[in-house]
Design a protein around this ligand. Sequence first.
Ligand code: PLP
Length: 290
Amino acid sequence: MLTSPALFLAEIRPGGATTFAQVDPSAPHVRVDDLGVTRGDGIFESVAVVDGNPQSLRHHLDRFARSAALLDLPAPDTAVWARAVADAAAAHPPAPELLAKLVLTRGVEGGDAPTGWVHVFPAHDYGSQRTAGIDVLVLERAYPSDVVTRAPWLLQGAKTLSYALNTASLRYARAHGADDVVFVSAGGDVLEGPNSTVLARFADRWVTPPPELGILDGTTVGRAFAWAADRGDGTEVARLRVDDLRVADAVWLLSSGRQSAPVRSLDGVPRPTDAALQAELLHHLLTVHD
Ligand code: PLP
């Protein structure tokens, strides 16, 4: 019988040999002294599974491996993790949009093995964000734009489990009447959202900020760029200032779960959105999986 959600737990031996087994998602599996729980010391990926297809899986697994390296965690065996994602997606009752969450922690304090799992569950309903758009606040992340080389221990650019600051910024935005956030660096460079990539359109040119600023290398924007290039438009990974966002023809926040959400206001100032273009972009993101 298919169970919902589907949970596959890893057994990772010293040296890295990894196997996964399906377990009961309603039973406890993680210890209270796991460093992922007590310190947020670990990494994750959220992969959209659309009509049964894990999207941008190779890109997600490459990023998972890069995050592991940045945290000095054992390198995940990405072929085994890919199979676990496919198995967990197949074990979940079919649904148009699921999310597969891959987690790897430093393991139990004093232990010698990381903890890992793949959890597949129904995706949040982003319907209204996709059609009506989102109100966004610009907030400071307050790190310098060269944080990656200047302070690598801050792990900017790794997808760590330490998302308390990200969720705090979203609560701040909601308390101030907005839906989401765009972070800027101390130097005024546009960075990313707390769980999204910024994409701006200037006529036939599509721009997203560079990972060198200490932001995630987004998988969704990779698929959006492929679509824009197919349209004959230009795509560019380049620095943006907040003023650039104010004058862009359109701005989106992109992420695996929501795919694309048009930004309809920035710091309370209404921005133009393009419903037809959003429909076309969203259709591409939901139907092209690599
Ligand atoms: N930036 C951050 C901080 C994120 O958490 C995410 C996704 O969760 C993204 C960007 C977008 O990445 P992706 O498109 O691969 O989901």
